[in-house]
Design a protein. Structure first.
Length: 174
C-alpha cells in the first residue's frame, strides 16, 4: 500500500499489454521529483477559457505534488479563478498526466518540509513568511517570494514508455 491507492484502475492499452500498476508511477514520482531534469508541465485555464501551460518544478509529499509560482504569474492568476488543472510529467518508463486542483498552502510545517525537499533536489529554497525564496528560480516563476501550491489529483493516466508497456487510468477517492 502506498500513501495513495487508486479506487479504480481502467486498462486503456490497445495492444493487450495489460494495466500498469499504480506503484510504477508512484515510485517514479517519489524518486524523480524535484529533480530539475524531470520535465513537468502545469496546465491551467485562463479566465477566457484558453489553455495555458508552463513548466514547473514539483515535490512529491504525502500523495500530493507541491509547486511554486509567483503571485503575479499567469498560472497563479489562472488558479485564483479556477483551481482545476493538470500536471504532465515524463518519468523513467512512464508518461503521466494527473488531473486535479491546486490551492495555495501557507502551513508552516508543509512549507518547511517542501523547502527541505527542494534543497535536497538541488534548489536552495528557504521559507520566508508564508512563501518560499531562493537566490534564483525559473523565469516562469516570476520574482520572489513564491507561493507554494498543493496539487491534489483525482485522476491519473499513465502510458508505459518502456517494458512492460501498457496504458492505464487510475481514479482516487480524495
Amino acid at each position: 500500500m502506498t500513501d495513495l491507492d487508486p479506487v479504480e484502475a481502467v486498462d486503456l492499452d490497445i495492444y493487450d499489454s495489460g494495466p500498469l500498476p499504480w506503484s510504477r508511477a508512484h515510485d517514479r514520482l517519489a524518486a524523480e521529483l524535484p529533480k530539475a531534469e524531470t520535465p513537468l508541465f502545469l496546465g491551467t485555464v485562463r479566465p477566457d477559457g484558453r489553455p495555458h501551460s508552463a513548466a514547473v518544478g514539483a515535490f512529491w509529499h504525502d500523495g500530493d505534488l507541491y509547486f511554486t509560482s509567483g503571485p503575479g504569474t499567469r498560472k497563479s492568476r489562472n488558479l485564483a479563478v479556477n483551481p482545476a488543472c493538470t500536471i504532465s510529467v515524463r518519468l523513467t518508463g512512464v508518461d503521466l498526466v494527473l488531473e486535479g486542483e491546486a490551492a495555495r498552502t501557507v502551513d508552516p510545517d508543509v512549507l518547511a518540509h517542501v523547502a527541505a525537499g527542494y534543497r535536497a533536489g538541488g534548489w536552495p529554497a528557504q521559507v520566508d513568511g508564508d512563501a518560499l525564496t531562493a537566490p534564483y528560480s525559473a523565469q516562469s516563476a516570476g520574482p520572489p517570494p513564491w507561493h507554494l501550491y498543493r496539487f491534489t489529483f483525482h485522476t491519473a493516466i499513465g502510458v508505459g514508455t518502456a517494458e512492460p508497456y501498457g496504458a492505464t487510468r487510475w481514479s482516487f477517492a480524495r
